[in-house]
Design a binder for this molecule. Structure first.
Ligand SMILES: [Cu+2]
Length: 754
């Protein structure tokens, strides 16, 4: 014991001496255009595993450095990266002031123009680096990683996201900042996110609540899928990438090749992929018929006649084949999608006009489904052949007056749906009869919106205020008599006014508070207005639309905070939503038209509903080798009319992940746990039952030995847990819940010429 005390003192002394000799770099980062502080830039020390994120007022501090020459690398989304050499004497504190220039490159895909400050909506972004190593085969399924986003599973592909309890037409899901694609299937086999591949994706922008009114009608939120844009080069360059992956359990593989290149005048990116997945086995060993095949390609061509002008053409096609849906009366035989987008954008046109954007697009989906592989094929041959197209246009001008930014513009979209189902009875009393059902009644909805947004600051507070007015019209070209005789008119017209305002303030250098309030009005969708006696993939009821439905109004407030602590970044949001004229299916006493349905439900406006909840997150310090993330999310929904819980609300969920960086970032193992509580808040009227909770464990490892190769491998659902999510549909055959996949081993390889 005696021996240890001097040793301890020696160590202590050594530590004190060392800490006296270490040096510190402090600094502040500014936007070079406005000379205002730029919060949350990333600062890295080259060749050292050290880094820091600047605080909410742009300050940073890196301590415990030895004397020497360092190179600071400073980056911020939307700004040019800077390398700043710093000569650091022993035991000193050195202060640097850094000015970042905005990137001149015009990106037409992203909806949040970087501007000069980061003040933003209630927003969550998922970047390529977040999902690249997983190569998600289905984006809807991947969205379950986002706190307070859940998804509805009907089969192995085409999961439908639910954000804070809002889904379907309550969410504005778009491609490349404003283009839209709508599924043709009445059962939502092909929801919007099913038409984009993760390998072609650069980023997913999620704007929660009815606040971001510039980007189209927003009710529950906006999800923007940002497809990868061509890279820009100063002189002619061309490069290629390959990404391949395999997943056990599904015996599923996917391969993708992309080529991109160009010069300063023009650039291009061509990418093509093939995905082939088979049935999967759940944790109990049951085979779930959920196979699918998919191929796709995307071409993007850009011309930059001047450095601040860009014209871009995008063309994408997706071909889905034999997609199995165990929870639906049919399977998807074919789903062919074409998306065409043309963009023109200019920046810094004049001192007043900071930005100008025009986008025109056309998307088309041809969907064919049948009951060939279902037990009902013994009695009838049923085939549904439907199409949907969206034609749209958007223009926006950004004006700068002093330090205020105004955006004004308009957007227009016309959605058309048509198609029929034929049923040929091959056995039973009606043998030989052929019936034709008018699925979409040639319905169309046009929406013209005018919008304005103001971004300004008041002291330290960043303020955003937005408004939009929508003129909406629904029509039916080929109404079905049995449907139209129920209503005084098949047409409906609405004028909706939406408003929102938000304030974000850095209360201290390390605490930021935000308050948003908004009223988003949404006109009913085509299905809600015109679906004609069909089960729509929810339950065993026929659904009918209601052209006389009123728009739904979401009055929402969000209170948020972000706090930088010595233990990491903490953030949270509490929201309260009061929905007027909530649209919900109501049981009628009409008789069903399909063979095995229990009755008919009609879309109606119930008086009101409330949704409340929170998102909470903590992530460990940036720049440490060990990275820990924890988050939790919850939504609670009540029908104010009946005091019953709202249906299809996901339960409380928590997630923790830990990763460690070895070999200067070349090797990174990760472990994650996801815990989902049981859901007892159910709607019995809707036919829901309680769902048990579950805990899942996953492990993964990323290895990038050289710049041109990266490998990732892992195991999902390590313990082969048999479970299902609350929002999963039921198996068509026996009414049992549709289980999620059991244990999955996977490996992904990425190769790049650069
Ligand atoms: Cu379908």
């Amino acid at each position: 014991m005696r021996l240890y005390i001097p040793l301890l003192l020696l160590i202590l002394f050594f530590n004190v001496v060392q800490s006296q000799e270490t040096s510190t770099i402090t600094g502040r980062i500014y936007d070079a255009t406005t000379n205002t502080a730029l919060p949350e830039s990333h600062i890295w020390i080259q060749d050292h595993l050290r880094g820091e994120v600047a605080d909410f007022r742009g300050y940073f501090e890196i301590k415990n450095l030895d004397e020497g020459d360092y190179i600071l690398i400073i980056s911020h989304i939307g700004f040019e990266r800077i390398e700043k050499p710093v000569a650091l004497p022993a035991g000193e504190k050195k202060h640097v002031e850094i000015f970042l220039q905005e990137k001149p490159i015009i990106l037409v895909e992203e909806i949040v123009v970087t501007g000069t400050r980061t003040a933003s909506y209630v927003q969550a972004d998922y970047l390529r680096k977040d999902f690249e190593s997983q190569q998600p085969k289905d984006l809807g399924n991947y969205m379950r990683n986002v706190p307070n986003v859940s998804a509805i599973r009907r089969g192995g592909y085409g999961l439908d996201p639910v954000l804070r309890g809002f889904k379907y037409d309550q969410l504005n899901i778009q491609i490349d900042g404003g283009a839209r694609v709508e599924g043709a299937c009445p059962s939502r086999m092909d929801p919007p996110m099913a038409h984009i591949s993760s390998g072609d994706l650069e980023k997913i922008e999620i704007l929660k609540g009815p606040y971001a009114l510039r980007f189209g009608p927003s009710f529950g939120g906006i999800i923007n899928m940002v497809m990868a844009a061509p890279e820009r080069f100063e002189s002619f360059t061309v490069g290629a990438q390959f990404a391949g992956g395999y997943e056990s359990n599904f015996d599923g593989w996917q391969n993708r090749i992309s080529v991109s290149g160009g010069s300063s005048l023009y650039d291009f990116r061509l990418s093509g992929g093939i995905t082939n997945y088979n049935n999967y086995t759940d944790g109990a060993g049951t085979t779930i018929p959920a196979a699918f095949d998919k191929s796709d390609y995307t071409l993007k061509l850009g011309i930059n006649p001047l450095r601040n002008h860009r014209v871009q053409v995008s063309f994408r096609q997706v071909f889905a084949r034999d997609v199995m849906f165990p929870s639906l009366p049919m399977d998807e035989r074919k789903d062919d999608t074409s998306i065409f987008i043309i963009d023109y954008a200019a920046r810094n046109v004049s001192p007043l006009v900071n930005s100008f954007n025009v986008k025109a697009y056309y998307s088309d989906v041809e969907h064919l489904m049948d009951n060939r592989d279902k037990p009902t094929a013994a009695m009838t041959n049923a085939v549904t052949d439907v199409t949907t197209s969206v034609t749209g246009f958007r223009t926006e001008t950004g004006l700068v007056v002093n330090s205020n930014v105004f955006f004004i513009g308009l957007d227009y979209a016309q959605t058309d749906k048509s198609g029929f189902r034929t049923r040929e009875f091959i056995a039973g009393p009606r043998q030989g009869t052929i019936l034709t059902d008018n699925v979409w009644q040639g319905a169309s909805i046009t929406n013209l919106g005018l919008f304005g947004e103001l971004r300004t600051s008041l002291g330290d507070a960043q303020i955003i205020a937005a408004t939009r007015i929508d003129f909406n019209e629904g029509k039916s070209e080929k109404p079905d008599n049995s449907f139209s005789e129920m209503y005084s008119s098949m047409n409906s017209e609405f004028t909706n006014i939406s408003v929102s305002a938000g304030v974000t303030q850095a209360v201290t250098r390390n605490l930021e508070l935000s308050l948003f309030a908004g009223r988003g009005v949404r006109s009913p969708g085509i299905s809600e207005r015109y679906i004609n006696f069909l089960p729509i993939g929810v339950d065993r009821y026929d659904y009918i639309g209601n052209p006389q439905l009123k728009p739904e109004i979401n009055n929402n407030i969000d209170l948020g905070f972000r706090m930088r602590t010595t233990a990491g970044m903490v953030n949270g949001n509490v929201f309260y939503s009061y929905v007027q004229d909530f649209i919900s299916p109501e049981l009628t006493d009409l008789e069903g038209k399909n063979m095995d349905v229990l009755g008919v439900k009609r879309f109606s406006n119930i008086t009101s509903a409330t949704l409340t909840g929170f998102e909470f997150g903590w992530s460990s310090l940036f720049g440490d080798a060990l990275n820990i993330n924890i988050n939790a999310a919850y939504t609670h929904g009540k029908n104010s009319d009946t005091d019953e819980y709202l249906p299809e609300i996901p339960p409380l969920e928590g997630r923790i992940s830990a990763s460690y960086v070895f070999l200067q970032g070349k090797l990174m193992p990760e472990i994650s746990l996801r815990a989902v509580s049981e859901q007892n808040n159910i709607s019995e009227t809707f036919g829901e039952s309680r769902t048990p909770g579950f805990v899942l464990a996953n492990v993964a490892v990323r290895y990038a030995p050289f710049q041109f190769i990266n490998i990732s491998a892992g195991v999902n659902n390590i313990f082969d847990k048999a479970y299902y999510e609350h929002l999963n549909r039921r198996n068509r055959e026996d009414g049992s819940s549709l289980y999620e996949p059991g244990r999955v081993f996977y490996v992904n390889i990425g190769l790049s010429t650069r």
